[in-house]
Design a protein around this ligand. Sequence first.
Ligand code: ADP
Ligand code: MG
Length: 249
Amino acid sequence: MLDNNPNFLLMVEGLTVSFDGFKAVDDLSFYVEPNECRVIIGPNGAGKTTVLDLICGRTKATSGSVNFKGQELLNKREDQIVLAGVGRKFQTPSVYEDLTVFENLELSYPRGHSVFGALAFRRDAIVKARIAEIAATIFLEALLDEKAAFLSHGQKQWLEIGMLLIQDPELLMLDEPVAGMSVAERKKTAELLNKIIKDRSVIVIEHDMGFVEDIATRVTVLHQGKTLSEGSMERVQNDPKVIEVYLGH
Ligand code: ADP
Ligand code: MG
């Protein structure tokens, strides 16, 4: 039995959502280990984005279980799931254009109790140090005072990843993070993901196979809301069922 296996950070079992009788996600099970980068691939409409919506509580499941560190997420609200340690990035970047890189990161810093005097001063120093650390991770350390509006599309995507990282999620979910990025930006994003999985697990939805190869620990191929194939990149690429779906026999 896989139940409560401490080797898994996330256990998705029998996950199903039905939209007016159409099962966008259909009895899906998969398991994510700590420090794993799981890539979900699959044709348009396969249910990839819906899987992330279900895990982060944006969409309510019809049935199944999403167990994260021993807690059932399916009966929690979106904000409770964030607090439990799950961060989610949507397809389009949603940074505050009129604010600087520093201010965007500062706004995302987890708020504790308000503090006064010497303690507040100390907290400011800790927040600043953390922002500097995150900015370096997302390649924006030289642009802390730049308004987000002036960043390239790729830099905005990194900033949004930074806004999630500053909350230190144990599971980070990214929906097509390199769409619209240059080749150089894709390479740097792969480098970024390989760096951040040292402290967490990541689930990424992606189409760019070169990028998938650079980041994936394991790949899940989704088709009509179900797992078509799962394993190493090499294994799924050579799976006749995957070849059939992609080449359309
Ligand atoms: P992918 O991300 O793999 O391209 P999606 O998860 O966005 O696919 O969508 C899977 C299927 O579910 C599609 O057919 C889509 O039209 C349908 N779908 C997604 N969300 C809803 C919704 N809220 N209501 C009805 N149908 C939906
Ligand atoms: Mg999608």
